[in-house]
Design a protein around this ligand. Structure first.
Ligand SMILES: Cc1cc2nc3c(=O)[nH]c(=O)nc-3n(C[C@H](O)[C@H](O)[C@H](O)COP(=O)(O)O)c2cc1C
Length: 148
């Protein structure tokens, strides 16, 4: 089973987190791909075999980072059924901002609204990916091993 990680990152720190997730999952024997969110089209998502993991920051005033903005916009239109897509979202942001982790929350919501299966409730990290990402991956691990 392939794990597809799509990330959204403005300055690269969330991209680094996503790279850590790749290493972690590869060490557990999973096959993993890593791309910016905007490298995916909505129409690609139903074709994905395996699991989709989204790791994204929030920027501006509750906005997606620039390498996630196009997919965010396309998904917001909710024009494509994503039934059969299995996913989990890790959102990172800062609780001092008014729209804490809004981009992660949006992706989580858009995917569920389009019929995708949420494998785990969204995890929100208050700019503490170093501690929160491994906890999220540990929670995911039994779910990933159960999936075919
Ligand atoms: C200008 C700016 C705007 C931000 N806006 C938000 C926001 O609206 N909501 C939030 O939860 N975090 C916000 N953040 C926090 C970032 O999501 C957080 O610092 C994250 O680690 C940035 O990761 P990145 O550089 O990989 O995008 C903002 C940070 C900056 C510098």
């Amino acid at each position: 089973m392939i794990i597809h990680i799509l990330y959204g990152s403005e300055t690269g720190s969330t991209e680094q987190l996503a790279e850590q997730a790749v290493e972690h999952l590869q060490q557990l024997g999973h096959e993993v791909t890593l791309d910016p969110l905007d490298d995916a089209k909505v129409s690609d998502l139903p074709q994905l075999s395996g699991i989709l993991l989204i790791i994204t920051s929030t920027w501006g005033d509750g906005d997606p980072p620039s390498n996630a903005a196009e997919l965010h916009y396309q998904l917001s239109k909710n024009e494509t059924s994503l039934t059969g897509v299995r996913y989990a979202v890790f959102g990172i942001g800062m609780a001092s901002f008014g729209h804490f982790c809004q981009a992660g929350k949006d992706f989580d919501h858009f995917l569920a609204a389009a019929g995708a299966e949420r494998l785990l409730p969204i995890t929100l990290s208050d700019d503490n990916g170093a501690a929160d990402l491994p906890l999220w991956l540990n929670k995911l691990q039994p779910i990933l091993t159960r999936q075919k």
